[in-house]
Design a protein around this ligand. Structure first.
Ligand code: ZN
Length: 464
């Protein structure tokens, strides 16, 4: 009996020692893996550009998955002066509290004027410590120093060219100086934007932009220069211009079953071709849906135009050709006596002999040589700074994308590919993403007065 009680007491003691041992081991493991962890907090700063407007908000996420955050601090340093943006701690007085020590999402708010910061260089400092006992109980430190530029001043745009005469569907050129480097600049014409191009003049601050008025934009359309600097400040400037209204001819096109029967098979491979619908519905699919898609493709080349001006003098038309249809002709399509569609013809149709050689209208780089739906086999030449020429319905293409061609080089032969009645060249000029009137570009006097003379007069002022 006595012996048994003694045994039980002994057992209890072992159990107790065992428990203590486990507790001590657990504490040791906790110290080793949590309190002595060596991973610093992770800083993630969403800074789009190092150029900041006078008033800015920068998202900052700080996290520490192991021991958790102890303190987060951020400031701006400019010419020896430090402005605190954030000071948050878990356990210290006089600072804001960190609610969730694992993850903290912040917005670093900068107001240059309120904080007494000047335009110019500054450093953004960010530091975060965790709950680890490392670094003599101070915690692991994550530190980031980012060079920033505070820019609260919008760019100034000054116009260097004088007269800007435009007609509906016509083109124009403006040369301007920017007070600082800008990430986007150019001419806004109503809801169209024409990006400016750089490098033509010696002075890096001087830029030029070809722009255009759509054939359907009227006399009181707003035209202005616009520039966005690297911090996102926007500067605008008006300039004097005169818009000449124009009227465009209309004509009727009678659709015959014969014509549709001949042209439609070329478009059978187009996605969405309505095989089950009537022949007229199939034609309207081509003339409306496919036309929109094809226009979008040829007008989207503007973004990749070269900064240079490759061309010189007036543009060349197809020699010994008759003009069959003009720019911005308003076409009414009639089938069995009824109006079935209306489209505007955004080029000039030129007919010479069958399979006539087609010269490049001016120097440039071939940016498209491909079959483009209603335009058939097509070549587009980039003449630089957003000016393009387009040649379509070709029976053969003799150039490849990337080729440089000189004015007069043969790029292909006329034909009837795409939506064409007879053998002819459909020729378009494009400025930015707008079809413009080719007659201006064919006219040596117009080119001299509206472009060449302007470039020369600015070159005399700023050098080239
Ligand atoms: Zn045409």
């Amino acid at each position: 009996m006595n012996f048994k009680r003694k045994e039980r007491g002994k057992n209890l003691k072992y159990v107790l020692i065992g428990f203590l041992g486990i507790a001590a081991a657990a504490a040791l493991i906790w110290i080793l893996f949590d309190k002595l962890e060596g991973d610093a907090p992770v800083l993630s700063l969403a800074l789009e550009s190092r150029y900041l407007q006078g008033s800015a908000e920068i998202p900052l996420t700080v996290s520490d998955e192991k021991s958790g955050l102890r303190r987060v601090y951020a400031s701006i340093l400019q010419e020896g002066r430090e402005v605190t943006l954030v000071n948050k701690t878990v356990d210290r007085e006089g600072a804001e509290e960190i609610a969730d020590p694992r993850r903290l999402e912040l917005n670093l708010r900068i107001d240059a004027r309120e904080m007494g910061l000047k335009d110019g260089d500054a450093q953004l400092l960010i530091a975060a410590w965790d709950q680890s006992w490392r670094q003599r109980f101070a915690g692991n430190l994550a530190y980031k120093e980012v060079e920033i530029v505070i820019d609260s001043t919008p760019p100034r745009v000054s116009v260097l060219t004088r007269q800007h005469n435009l007609s509906q569907g016509g083109s124009g050129l403006v040369v301007y100086r920017l007070s600082e480097p800008c990430k986007k600049h150019g001419v806004r014409v109503g809801d169209n934007f024409f990006p400016g191009h750089s490098g033509y003049f010696d002075d890096d601050d001087v830029h030029l932009a070809f722009f255009a008025l759509r054939h359907d934009q009227v006399k009181d359309t707003d035209i202005l220069l616009e520039a966005h600097d690297r911090a996102g400040n926007r500067g605008q400037s008006g300039f004097s211009y005169y818009i000449q209204n124009r009227s465009f001819p209309s004509d009727n096109l009678n659709l015959s079953d014969n014509f549709m029967r001949r042209v439609l098979p070329e478009f059978y491979s187009e996605p969405g071709f309505p095989f089950d619908d009537s022949r007229l519905a199939q034609f309207l699919f081509v003339n409306q849906d496919l036309r929109r898609k094809n226009d979008k493709r040829v007008l989207s080349l503007a973004g990749q135009s070269d900064d240079a001006i490759h061309w010189e003098g007036d543009f060349m038309a197809l020699p010994r050709a008759q003009r069959m249809a003009g720019f911005a002709d308003h076409r009414t399509y009639i089938y069995e006596g009824k109006t079935v569609d209306q489209q505007v013809h955004m080029g000039v149709d030129l007919a010479s002999m069958r399979h006539a050689p087609v010269p490049a209208a001016n120097n440039g780089r071939v940016v498209l040589a491909d079959w483009v739906g209603i335009y058939g086999d097509t070549v587009v030449i980039d003449h630089g700074s957003g000016v393009f020429s387009l040649y379509s319905h070709l029976s053969s293409i003799d150039v490849s994308e990337g080729d440089f061609v000189a004015r007069g080089d043969i790029i292909g032969k006329t034909g009837t590919t795409g939506l064409a009645v007879g053998d002819h060249l459909h020729f378009s000029m494009i400025v930015g993403d707008v079809f413009v009137n080719p007659y201006e570009w064919w006219d040596a006097r117009w080119v001299e007065n509206n472009i060449a003379a302007k470039l020369e007069s600015v070159a005399e002022q700023v050098g080239r």
